[in-house]
Every structure is written in C-alpha cells, then in structure tokens.
Design a protein around this ligand. Structure first.
Ligand code: AMP
Length: 308
C-alpha cells in the first residue's frame, strides 16, 4: 500500500541570471519552490504555493503539472517575476549575490487553498520569513515542518527569523549561514546554538563536503557525492530540501533512521541538480536515478566487515 503523503511547498519561483565559469546564463527559470517541487515530486504528491509574474513561462507550469505537481496555489500576478542574479567563483563553491529584485514577491500574501491546509508535510522554502510564518499559521497541525533560509534574511529580518525558528521542526541551511545566524565560526558550536533557539533538528549543508544532521540522537554525516562535471550549483540546497522531505513523505513514520536515509536521498537528488544549468536536470528526475545514485553513495562507505 502506498503511504505517500502530500507535501506543501512554499517558496520562490524566479528568473535567475547566472555568471558561471562556463559562461553567462540569463533568464534561467529557478526559485526555491521550483527546484524543491521538481525533486519532491519524484517521491510524493506535491502542492505549491508561490507567485509568478505575467512573464513566467506557462511551459514550466505545464512541466510541473506533468509530474503531478498541483499548481493551483501558484498565483499569477501582474508584474515581473522575482529575479536573482549571482556570480560563482571558478571553483563553483563560493558565490556572490549580485542582485535581488523581489518584483511580484514584494506584495505577495500567500493564500493557502482550503484543500492544502491539511498537508502533513510542509516545506517552507527560502522566502521572506514573515511569509513563511503566514503559511505556517494557515496549515492545520502539520506532521513535519522543514524550513530553509539564507543570508539575505539572516541579515535583513533577524527578529522575524527568530520567531520562525521557534516554530519549525527542522531547519536546513548552509554552513556559512549557520555561522552567520549563530555568530560563531565553528559549525558544531553553531549547530548547538541554533538548536537552542527552537528547531528540533538541524541540517547543515556543506556543498561539495556533504551535509550534517544534528538531532537528539546525535550527529549524522552524509558525504558530498564526488562529481566530475559540476555545471551550476544553483538550487542544490533547494533540491536537497525537496529530496529530504520528499523521501520522508513516502514513509509511514518519521524515525531517526528514516531521517538519516532522507539525508542520503537528499544528497543524491542535489547531486543531479548541479549537473546542468537551472532546473533542467531535476525537471526530469526519476526515482530510479536517485536509487542508482544512492547505491553509488553507499559504495563510498563500503569497506567490508571490520577485522581489526
Ligand atoms: P540555492 O542555490 O539552493 O540557494 O537556491 C538558489 C535559488 O534561490 C535561485 O533559483 C534563486 O532564484 C532563489 N533565491 C535567491 N535569493 C532568494 C531570496 N532572497 N528569496 C527567495 N529565493 C531566492
């Protein structure tokens, strides 16, 4: 019997202008909700709440629907779609935000359709923390709430972010953001400090170095999957979050072991994201792709039974 529970994802849908070592890519369809919903739909039914402008391609919404993603909650507003511009260093590890234009996001008030309000799994993708809180208010007793954020909000909206932290189960952020949020430079200390502020567990993404899960059972490390061709890291974090929650939504129960397995499935999903520009790879991701990569990740740790 299928145990897949629906996931409600709220986040940005965007046009991204990317300066990559391989060249510039402009007007690339991106956004936190776009990446994570494509990935999560590999595992479970997905509902999206977001806003796009009148310039956003209908074709992308069509590809989402073709994967069973419910787009009824995506509002098309008059004006321009949210736009983000970033430049990556030659190593594709560090990036600089060049521009953020909120556009239709500036006046967006998320309205959760009545049929979405009982969604058991909630992914509060990277958007203004006040909007994340508004969504949380409108959902009835979700089983698991995962939130993502970024430096833009850590610096710009510290109080609202603090209110959000007190109410989420799992926070997913990258190592730099964890240090900025906590005011410490050591990742483990940062984790301890952030957990003190509310979330039950914390996932710290470390790019090519993998990701760490801190919870009441201790620490779990997922490796970065070594890829030969990294093309565009944009959306890797959102893909990770979509894979993490997507995997959990396909299980009858969220156990400590399930959370650890979710970390590995999320790693696998994110590794596909970075192999192509924008959402082009995650838009066609299949469960079998993820299963194959999970086996490859498992092999990274396989050194036989201990004889020492
Ligand atoms: P990631 O690489 O996982 O951090 O995700 C990058 C995606 O997040 C891009 O597609 C951007 O459009 C989107 N993004 C960047 N900045 C923001 C922001 N301040 N609020 C919402 N979404 C953003």
């Amino acid at each position: 019997m299928s145990t897949q529970s629906p996931i409600l994802i709220v986040g940005s849908m965007a046009f991204d202008d990317l300066e990559l070592p391989s060249g510039h890519a402009t007007n690339v369809v991106g956004g936190s909700a776009t990446y994570s919903s494509f990935v999560a739909s590999t595992f479970a039914p997905v509902r999206v709440v977001a806003v796009v402008g009148d310039d956003f391609p209908e074709g992308t919404l069509g590809s989402m629907r073709a994967r069973g993603i419910d787009t009824v909650g995506i509002e098309r507003a008059t004006g321009k779609t949210f736009r983000w511009a970033g430049r990556y260093d030659a190593d594709l590890v560090h990036r600089t935000t060049l521009d953020t234009q909120l556009n239709v996001f500036a006046s967006f008030q998320p309205k959760i359709p009545a049929e979405y309000r009982d969604s058991p799994f909630l992914l509060l993708g990277n958007i203004h923390p006040a909007l994340q809180l508004e969504v949380l208010e409108q959902v009835r007793a979700p089983k698991l709430v995962v939130a993502d954020t970024m430096n833009f909000w850590i610096h710009g909206e510290p109080k609202t972010l603090a209110a959000l932290l007190a109410r989420v189960d799992t926070l997913v952020i990258n190592d730099e953001e964890a240090c900025e949020l906590s005011g410490t430079r050591n990742v483990s200390r940062a984790a301890r400090e952030i957990l003190r502020r509310g979330p039950k567990r914390l996932v710290i993404k470390r790019g090519e170095h993998g990701a760490l899960l801190f919870d009441e059972y201790g620490l779990f490390a997922a490796p970065g999957f070594p890829l030969e061709d990294v093309v565009d890291p944009t959306g890797a974090g959102d893909s990770f979050a979509g894979g993490f929650l997507g995997y959990l939504a396909g299980l009858p129960e969220v156990t400590p072991l399930a959370l650890r397995r979710a970390m590995i499935h999320a790693t696998a999903a994110a590794s596909f994201c970075v192999e192509a520009v924008g959402t082009s790879r995650v838009a066609t991701l299949e469960k079998s792709d993820i299963a194959r990569r999970v086996s490859e990740i498992r092999a990274l740790y396989d050194f036989g039974a201990s004889t020492m």
